[in-house]
Design a binder for this molecule. Structure first.
Ligand SMILES: NC(=O)c1ccc[n+]([C@@H]2O[C@H](COP(=O)([O-])OP(=O)(O)OC[C@H]3O[C@@H](n4cnc5c(N)ncnc54)[C@H](O)[C@@H]3O)[C@@H](O)[C@H]2O)c1
Length: 263
């Protein structure tokens, strides 16, 4: 059997573009989402690209359903799971007290518990597939806590920490765990989002920019392998910010973030 990839949140945006690209690359693509109408059109597109789609309903907050989808997918791939892409995520922007608590908790459920569920449910299949990789969608908002995105940003700090910990823990199982760090991307997620940082930094990346970075990170070059790169900034703005923060004193990092947030 060829390589296989299981993608959460595959019906739209970055997940959908990633599913299409891996189908072009010859992977067996498992695309899962709450949005079954979106998955139906994705399956048609993957078939048109010459791929064999496997799709199904998934709420990443439901561990039992996620385990079931992993079991079904690996049954279709001969037990093989080369790539798990924990992509499903949601964002609500605004001042912290203005976002109702249900919406805040939903962000934590999907962005944090969803990634935890994905890693936990997929672990046996990843362990049994030589050279397997987990790719978690982190964000530039995990560089420094972001006003008007407080819980979203905090949820991506969770993703960052989980990625680093599992990458160390699962090294013995020959499983890489890495994180992608885009700044704002032109998808439904950023439609209508107006914060200080969208105004100062813009929404410049496309889903295809993130896909290109994901594909490159999935198959790292010799130097990246040697250095064991875990975090992959996407785009020049994030690379610049992630690099600068390593050398910047805490007071300066805070001040720059305050200015970028236009506070
Ligand atoms: N768009 C950005 O600016 C940006 C920047 C950095 C990181 N990211 C991250 O990239 C990932 C994808 O974002 P996007 O921009 O493509 O978003 P999007 O809103 O375009 O697509 C997200 C997809 O996830 C699905 N989804 C939502 N909740 C789900 C759930 N409980 N279970 C299963 N599927 C669910 C949605 O139905 C949708 O198809 C997210 O984790 C996001 O945080 C996005």
């Amino acid at each position: 059997m060829g390589k296989s990839v299981f993608i959460t949140g595959a019906a739209a945006g970055i997940g959908r573009a990633t599913a299409r690209r891996f189908a072009e690359l010859g992977y067996t693509v498992g695309g899962y989402d709450l949005d079954e109408a979106g998955l139906a059109t994705l399956a048609t597109e993957i078939t048109a690209l010459g791929g064999t789609p496997v799709t199904g309903h998934l709420d990443v907050t439901d561990y039992a359903e996620l385990s079931q989808r992993i079991t079904e997918f690996t049954a279709a791939t001969g037990g093989r799971l080369d790539l798990l892409i924990n992509n499903a995520g949601i964002l609500r922007s605004g001042r912290f007290p203005d976002i109702d608590i249900t919406a805040q908790q939903r962000m934590i459920d999907i962005n944090c518990k969803g990634v935890t569920n994905g890693c936990h449910a997929a672990y046996p299949a990843l362990r049994d597939t030589p050279g397997a990789t987990v790719i978690n969608l982190c964000s530039a908002s995990a560089i420094y806590g972001q006003p008007e995105l407080a819980v979203y940003s905090a949820s991506k700090f969770f993703v960052r920490g989980l990625t680093e910990a599992l990458d160390l823990e699962w090294g013995a199982d020959d499983i890489r765990v890495i994180a992608m760090w885009p700044l704002y991307v032109q998808t439904a997620m950023t439609d209508g989002v107006h914060t200080g940082t969208t105004a100062s930094l813009g929404v410049n990346l496309t889903a295809e920019d993130v896909v290109a970075a994901i594909v490159a990170a999935a198959e790292p070059g010799p130097l990246q392998r040697l250095l064991h790169v875990v975090h992959f900034p996407v785009g020049r703005q994030t690379a610049l910010m992630a690099g600068a923060v390593r050398f910047s004193p805490a007071w300066l990092t805070r001040l720059v973030n305050k200015r970028l947030a236009r506070l």
